[in-house]
Design a protein around this ligand. Structure first.
Ligand code: GLC
Length: 737
């Protein structure tokens, strides 16, 4: 029925009207043919909330007070929860807010693989592991689309660096593409049903992703059977004919010459000259019409379309629930955390007046009060509010504790990231953005001034720490570093934070170190620090959630969705030099990304993939592993069923993330030591036991065989491991398939 209506509508459209549907007529809106009943498609960023309103042809925001929105946890924070329900809830919020703001497509989720810690957009992405990404992206997409808004899974594909992002030719071998960089996108479209997908800026094996027949026609359309709409990244289309013959449907960009877009007048002329076939144009129009039908923008159900809602209390509560589960307790010596109420009790009453001295908490570090919502690039949003860690502590503790703040380190203003036209400028080729260059006299002067400020602030912070009963340092990165359009040039903490941390630990060995960032940083002080907490950008309720964890009102349950290497020089991309350079980047490491690499090389990370501690403890018992030996089993059929008991053996309610890894120790192809193929999060009251069940399809044991261009399971022995982290395996079983 739907396809018949599509054909009927298609027949009524002129070439000009078809072209109007296939490109931007404003920065975030397609053209339309209203007299033919064809509305414009309204799109908006981004993964952490619905971006502010722009006029159609300017990057200067309209700036009214009606586009404040809920500020959601970043995808990295969602990934740290390892909780499919939180991903689904996040999608529901994002979709409902997008519909509430009148949008048809929300340009999210970003699901590129976190291949290197320095990629500027890592904060927008989920993990180094394709299985974890897929398992969280699928529910998120379903959640979004419940509100009759299209998800737009991005950036397809292998967009894992920002340097030279429009032109860098990313060279990825077939097996690596199939085992690491494509699976989450395949899951997003086949299991998640993402109504739209955004091609990446970069070239993949010589072709721009926006016009790659290999990627868009053969893999996405023919092999995966995708019938959704492909939207270009903004300014990622470079030709008319080649893009028209590829499976790209809608061209968006960052300049206001909308009639000159490749799919505008140039496309009309190309069709009139016979250079582009009307059939190719019609196929694109069909995909856009199908999108509109699915969203109830047109068709028989337009009266039933959801209205959505933004800035509602339920969204904020759900965001807080995710933020709580996103906190990762990396280290906690001798139960230094949580800061119990006893430690914050006021002193003994004065014998005469009864006055009782308040305990003092020194909160040190700019990330204790810095707002993050408005940064990061296209993921920026106007948050209705943002609770900082400092405010969260004050909200939770009220007036009976003396909380004193010191910035601790100085952040020089970075002018260019606040440039209002940054998005258009970010597409200008900046191949030398990371190359060192001579310092100007003015910069030298500024550097001295910065150094003076740093020393002053450091002294002030250390002095405050001396006077406090508890010291909490909140540092890390911000959206000057976790930002679209550039990669970091070091994994070290900026602003001389390491020196400040060392000095704080000198005067207060019990200083609690809290890191807020979007990707790994070097922590040279991690042996000396007794308690380390990690917080990805976790949205508007971050401060409350973090305070609840630090104060023991919530038990931390987050686990790292990426490896934290001890040093950047431990990474494979540092060694092979294949990251963050312009022109061409070869994924020489192949499938050995993240923990797959460190385990193969036996390199000890600072904190392992899947690592995260709790205030309580868990026991794993009675592991059972059953194999289903049916030979005719397909890749999606269950091959192994495993179940085990998990018990909360501590005194606090908590949640454990049971991880299941698979290994193929004897295989004709080189394979990782082990690969994540299952996980389950279980919430347990003190003393409670629950049975956890997981099913592994045959695909979980397969590798991609480039000879037959498909996934194959080589018969033989496999090991199935169960643990609470990639480096905390509780039990292994050997099975034969
Ligand atoms: C940006 C980003 C993409 C975003 C789009 C619209 O350049 O790459 O993620 O959705 O353009 O702002």
């Amino acid at each position: 029925m739907q396809e018949k209506l599509i054909e009927q509508i298609l027949e009524t459209l002129t070439l000009e009207e078809k072209s109007a549907m296939l490109h931007g007529a404003a920065f975030f809106r397609s053209g339309s043919a209203l007299e033919k009943g064809i509305p414009a498609v309204e799109t908006s960023d981004g993964p952490m909330g619905v971006r502010n309103e722009f006029p159609g042809d300017s990057w200067i925001p309209i700036g009214l007070s009606d586009d404040y929105v809920s500020y959601l946890p970043s995808n990295s924070a969602v990934a740290a929860t390892w909780n499919r329900e939180r991903a689904y809830a996040g999608g529901q919020i994002l979709g409902e807010e997008a519909r509430g703001r009148g949008k048809d497509v929300i340009l999210a989720p970003g699901i590129n693989i976190k291949r290197d810690p320095l990629c500027g957009r890592n904060f927008e992405y989920m993990s180094e592991d394709p299985y974890l990404v897929e398992e969280l992206a699928v529910p998120m997409i379903r959640g979004i689309q419940e509100s009759d808004v299209a998800a737009c899974v991005k950036h397809f594909a292998a967009n894992s660096q920002e340097t030279d992002r429009l032109w860098v030719d990313t060279i990825v071998d077939e097996r690596t593409l199939r085992e690491i960089y494509l699976p989450a996108f395949q899951g997003a479209v086949q299991r998640g049903g993402s109504y739209t997908l955004m091609n990446a800026y970069n070239k993949l094996n010589g072709e721009h992703c926006s016009e790659s027949k290999a990627l868009l026609n053969r893999i996405l359309r023919e092999e995966w059977g995708y019938d959704g709409a492909v939207i270009s990244d903004w300014g990622s289309v470079h030709t008319t004919k080649q893009a028209a013959e590829s499976a790209l449907d809608m061209e968006m960009s960052v300049t206001a010459d909308f009639d000159e877009y490749y799919f505008a007048n140039p496309l009309i002329e190309a069709v009139q000259k016979g250079e582009v076939s009307m059939a190719d144009v019609d196929e694109k129009v069909r995909n856009i019409l199908r999108l509109m039908l699915r969203l109830k923008m047109i068709g028989p159900k337009t009266g039933e379309r959801k209205q959505g809602a933004y800035n509602i209390p339920e969204h904020r509560e759900s965001i807080k629930a995710t933020a709580r589960e996103a906190v990762v307790l990396l280290k906690n010596e001798d139960g230094l955390l949580p800061i119990t109420p006893e430690r914050l009790e006021m002193g003994a009453p004065h014998p005469l007046t009864g006055y009782r001295k308040k305990k003092r908490i020194a909160v040190i570090g700019r990330n204790a009060e810095l707002m993050h919502a408005g940064g990061g690039g296209s993921a920026e949003i106007k948050a209705l509010y943002e609770i900082s860690p400092l405010m969260g502590l004050k909200i939770q503790l009220g007036g009976n504790v003396d909380i004193q703040y010191a910035p601790g380190y100085y952040i020089p203003g970075k002018k260019d990231v606040n440039e209002v036209n940054w998005q258009e400028k970010s597409l200008e080729r900046q191949v030398d953005c990371r190359l060192a260059r001579e310092e100007t006299a003015e910069e030298a002067l500024q550097r001295q001034e910065i150094e003076r400020q740093r020393i002053t602030l450091r002294k002030e912070a250390v002095a405050l720490a001396r006077t406090a009963d508890e010291v909490i340092f909140v540092g890390g990165l911000n959206h000057d570093y976790d930002v679209e359009g550039r990669d970091r040039d070091s994994m070290k903490l900026p602003y001389a934070q390491d020196q400040l941390i060392e000095e704080l630990l000198e005067v207060k060995p019990d200083t609690i170190i809290v890191m807020v960032a979007g990707s790994a940083v070097e922590m040279p002080w991690r042996e000396k620090a007794r308690a380390i907490v990690w917080n990805y950008y976790a949205g508007m309720e971050t401060g409350n959630a973090l305070a609840e964890v630090l104060l023991g009102r919530v038990c931390p349950s987050g686990k790292l969705p990426e490896t934290f290497p001890a040093l950047y020089s431990d990474t494979v991309t540092y060694k092979n030099g294949e990251f963050g350079k312009p022109e061409k980047v070869i994924f020489q490491e192949g499938i050995f990304v993240g923990y797959r690499y460190y385990e193969k090389e036996g390199i000890q990370p600072a904190f392992a993939f899947g690592h995260g501690l709790s205030y309580t403890s868990f026991a794993y018992d009675h592991l059972q592993v059953e194999t289903d030996q049916a030979k005719e089993n397909g890749l999606e059929d269950v091959a192994v069923r495993l179940s085990l008991d998990v018990t909360n053996t501590g005194a606090m309610p908590g949640a454990e993330i049971v991880q299941c890894y698979v290994a193929d120790p004897v295989c004709r192809m080189e394979r990782p030591v082990k690969e994540l193929k299952g996980f389950a999060k279980v919430f347990l009251a003190p003393g409670e036991t629950k049975r956890v069940n997981m099913e592994l399809p045959r695909r979980a044991f397969a590798f991609y065989d480039v000879e037959c261009h498909d996934f194959v399971v080589e018969p033989g022995e496999f090991t199935v491991s169960v643990g609470s982290a990639s480096d905390r395996i509780w039990r292994q079983e050997t099975i034969t398939l």
